[in-house]
Design a protein around this ligand. Structure first.
Ligand code: 13P
Length: 242
């Protein structure tokens, strides 16, 4: 089975109600196609509103994080079941901004991915080294440890997605070279069970100008896009490169 390309937008903490025209624009751009899956992960406040617009046009919606439990006394948190109930199909877990801002470690990320799977969501499990790790030449050690610690043993290879996002390439305009991306994606594929079936996305300053060469790499099955996913025009241009 070929791996279906997935182009995912992570809006992070951006987006008010006036952003909803995005989906009509994206649909009008011709980005929807049988051969690729398009996902948008808006802030939780927009989930209910975006899901209708997105589903009407054939896009998928995801959360940006979830709790490990399905319900409980956890003020401010959102469970995977709640995301599923709101119409989400995916949830991002272990993004480097959550690892850094909220001290999330691999065991917590793994528990969140497990919770996502239980709720019927596909977790997008994020890994990636810091600039210090890369400069010290330990990027494979770091990513290998994150993979071993963050991926639940019980998930089928088609039941989760990995996003490789080198921390130094996020929001910096500094993209990893195609050589570095190809090497890391091949390493990731060889590190996980049944790796040939696992979709591996690249993230970090993906833009219309560099999407084509990145998405053409053999082991790159899509992109996780931050800044350039906020405008329908640039996100559509990236999607069409897949
Ligand atoms: P940028 O595309 O803005 O670099 O963000 C990448 C990212 O963190 C997506 O999750």
């Amino acid at each position: 089975m070929p791996r279906m390309p997935l182009i995912a937008g992570n809006w992070k903490m951006h987006g008010l109600k006036d952003a909803l025209g995005f989906f009509d624009e994206l649909a009008a751009s011709g980005a929807v196609s049988e051969g690729r899956e398009i996902l948008v992960c808006p802030p939780a406040t927009l989930l209910a509103a975006t899901v209708q617009a997105a589903h009407k046009h054939g896009f998928r919606i995801g959360g940006q994080d979830c709790h490990t439990e399905s319900a409980g006394a956890h003020t401010g948190d959102i469970s995977a079941e709640m995301l599923r109930d709101a119409g989400a199909d995916y949830v991002i877990v272990g993004h480097s901004e959550r690892r850094a801002d909220h001290g999330e470690a691999d065991d917590l990320v793994r528990a969140k991915a497990e919770a996502a799977g239980r709720a019927g969501l596909t977790p997008i499990i994020c890994v990636g080294e810091t600039v210090a790790d890369r400069e010290a030449g330990r990027e494979e050690d770091v990513v290998g440890r994150q993979l071993a610690g963050s991926i639940p043993a019980g998930l089928a290879p088609t039941g989760y997605v990995i996003a490789y996002e080198p921390v130094w390439a996020i929001g910096t305009g500094r993209t990893a070279s195609t050589g570095d991306i190809a090497a890391m994606h091949a390493f990731i594929r060889s590190s996980v069970p049944d790796g040939e079936q696992v979709r591996i996305l690249y993230g970090g300053s993906v833009k219309p100008e560099n999407a084509q060469e990145i998405l053409a790499l053999h082991d790159v099955d899509g992109a996780l896009v931050g800044g350039a996913s906020l405008q329908a025009e640039s996100f559509a241009a990236i999607a069409k490169s897949a």
